[in-house]
Ligand binder design. Structure first.
Ligand SMILES: Cc1ncc(COP(=O)(O)O)c(C=O)c1O
Length: 384
């Protein structure tokens, strides 16, 4: 059976993004491709394949189930790092598989040490420190207890990284907070170095930090949104714009295209209401196309009467409320649309484009949210 819509993921666009990011960070730092949230909606299986072809050998996930998905799809024994959730009963399997994970409290640390001792395989851990994000991370006052634990457990743990996460590097309003975080991270780093504790990698930067706080680029950067071809915010883009070469002012390329087809065409008379309720009344006799994509497929209800799609290279406005499985769009006057015509929800058609940014701006959603809401069961195809 054929799904009501499909996604195409461009490996060429990904290569271009990685090339751009590589030119920003220099040859040495490792790029960890952040593939949490089903690879920001792009599909973990697809992104592991695309990224490994582009030379990526390090992946970050939020949770253990995502890590396992990367593990199962990796063809190059890539490194995998869990930034967030795992259950303690999964530790043994994760350690055996060589999957590394963040440690931000003593409970996880003790559990990892105990299991590593039992199975005689060191646990690969990244110590996350609290520098001002206030989500997870060891506090400054934990440092002595932590240092002694790390020193006495050298057989059981492999210290893969010392890390932190910035509280909104993509926005100018957080400038002072991020600068304080950078300073605080360096205090932790100096403290551990003073104790003779060494980490394989120092890493703190997400996309925005990598792009606009170059001092946060250390041994590794954790790249999510920029890898998928989006600027974390407009501010990040404008901050970077003066440095971009005149020949390439838009180096980040969108990977994703979202397509469907026209399911039905209907004429509506002036003064009729369209769909549920009375949110849209036809102001003239008009033609509508029904597209089989609704909020159940990730097309937000907030796009009711606001979203647009492309059909035959024309922007067509959503009319009425987005329903669970379909939307109605207005066919521009004088245009003829056929059953089965291609509908672009995100992407290009005949020189016109609907980017995720313009799509989400109209609903106040950020790219991150819209992308990760794309259901897993929409088929995703890698295109060259
Ligand atoms: C710890 C951590 N590192 C890196 C990232 C990647 O962020 P971005 O998508 O902005 O590059 C995230 C995403 O939220 C994160 O939680």
């Amino acid at each position: 059976m054929i799904a009501t819509s499909s996604l195409e993921i461009s490996s060429k666009a990904y290569r271009q993004n990685i090339n751009f990011l590589r030119s920003e960070i220099g040859p040495k730092p490792v790029i960890s491709a952040v593939v949490k949230g089903n690879a920001y909606g792009h599909g973990i299986a697809q992104m592991v394949q695309i990224a490994e072809k582009a030379g990526i050998r390090h992946f970050s996930t939020f949770s253990s189930d995502e890590a396992l998905e990367v593990f199962n799809h990796s063809k190059n024994s890539s490194e995998i790092m869990i930034l967030g959730m795992l259950y303690l009963e999964e530790l043994e399997e994760l350690i055996r598989k060589g999957i590394s994970f963040y440690v931000f409290d003593f409970i996880r640390l003790e559990a990892a040490i105990t299991i590593a001792r039992k199975i005689k395989i060191p646990a690969k851990i990244h110590i996350e420190v609290e520098t001002g994000f206030h989500r997870t991370g060891f506090e400054w006052q934990d440092r002595e207890r932590l240092a002694s634990k790390l020193l006495e457990s050298q057989e059981e743990i492999s210290l893969e990284g010392l890390c932190t996460h910035y509280a909104g590097a993509e926005s100018v309003s957080n400038f002072v907070r991020v600068k304080k975080q950078i300073a605080s991270y360096h205090e932790f780093k100096a403290y551990f170095q003073g104790k003779g504790i060494s980490f394989k990698k120092f890493h703190t930067a997400c996309s925005a930090a990598t792009l606009i706080f170059p001092e946060t680029i250390m041994d590794m950067v954790r790249i999510g949104i920029a890898g998928y071809g989006f600027w974390p915010t407009k501010e990040t883009y404008f901050a970077k714009l003066p440095d971009l070469p005149a020949t390439n002012k838009n180096p980040l390329k969108r990977l994703i295209t979202w397509k469907s087809t026209v399911m039905s065409i209907k004429a509506v008379k002036m003064a009729e209401f369209i769909g549920y309720g009375n949110s849209y009344m036809a102001m003239e006799d008009m033609q509508m196309a029904i597209v089989p994509v609704g909020y159940g497929h990730g097309f937000s209800r907030l796009l009711s009467n606001q979203g647009q799609v492309l059909i035959q290279g024309q922007f067509c406005q959503v009319v009425g409320t987005v329903t669970m499985n379909s939307i109605a769009v207005k066919i521009p006057k004088g245009k003829s649309v056929q059953l089965g015509d291609e509908v672009i929800l995100i992407g290009k058609q005949k020189g016109k484009e609907i980017s995720v940014a313009s799509f989400s701006e109209s609903t106040q959603q950020v790219n991150y949210e819209l992308l990760t809401r794309l259901p897993k069961d929409i088929p995703r195809k890698i295109v060259p």
